[in-house]
Design a protein around this ligand. Sequence first.
Ligand SMILES: [Zn+2]
Length: 261
Amino acid sequence: MKVEVIRDDGFWTEFILRDSNPAFANAWRRAMKSHVPVMAVDYVDIYMNSSYLYDEILAHRIGLIPLKTNLEKFNLQNQCVCGGEGCPSCQVSLRLNVEGPRVVYSGDFVSDDPETVPVFDNIPVIELFEGQQLMLEAVARLGFGREHAKFQPVSVCTYRVLARVRINESCSSCRKCVQVCPRNVFSVDEDRVRVIDEFSCTLCKDCLKVCEENAIELTETDDFLFTVESIGQMEVREVARRALDAIKSKAQEMVSLMEEL
Ligand SMILES: [Zn+2]
């Protein structure tokens, strides 16, 4: 297996996983979505809320604000020395004390840990009017995407199988495939139909339906094109690497369970 990066700006990445299989590609995709922990607010103490929003709706909104995550610094709460009660090694408090009239943004939260802050400062949380006040403490912890979407490190994580497209000698150059292909895989060159962009083929098979000579050979390869977008808590590279670690440790756990049988 091999990984070939096509595009990577840290938070939006496209790469090809070569010589693999659908089971592994899908395991990796799922692990990136649900087995890499990130920080999110999971508990809110509301001391004062005279805004027009109920406490529950406000707490839900605050939970969805993505927070920068340093996984070296924090423990999962159930694996922490505090036994899950909550301590500076497994949770961070973010405080908010604001008065209207004004719009409250994610950047208004004051975090106990200078590294654990909202990814974006300009996410609107609520608009306070004259005389309205908000005073609260939000407690963030590490969690997994399988618990709640707020703990997901990626917003986009998809793959598609790359195709191998060939045209054999029975082609009469009728050009129907050129017209029907939505991804412009084919083109006409010196009166012959040729494959010009195999990479864009999505295996929709429209070309096979219109080709009367059965001249097109369309096969799935063992290569998978991944498109992954991070929400911002950490870079896609780190999410991908930690997802692989998660798969590895799960496989090792499986092996030891099998040995016990
Ligand atoms: Zn702890």
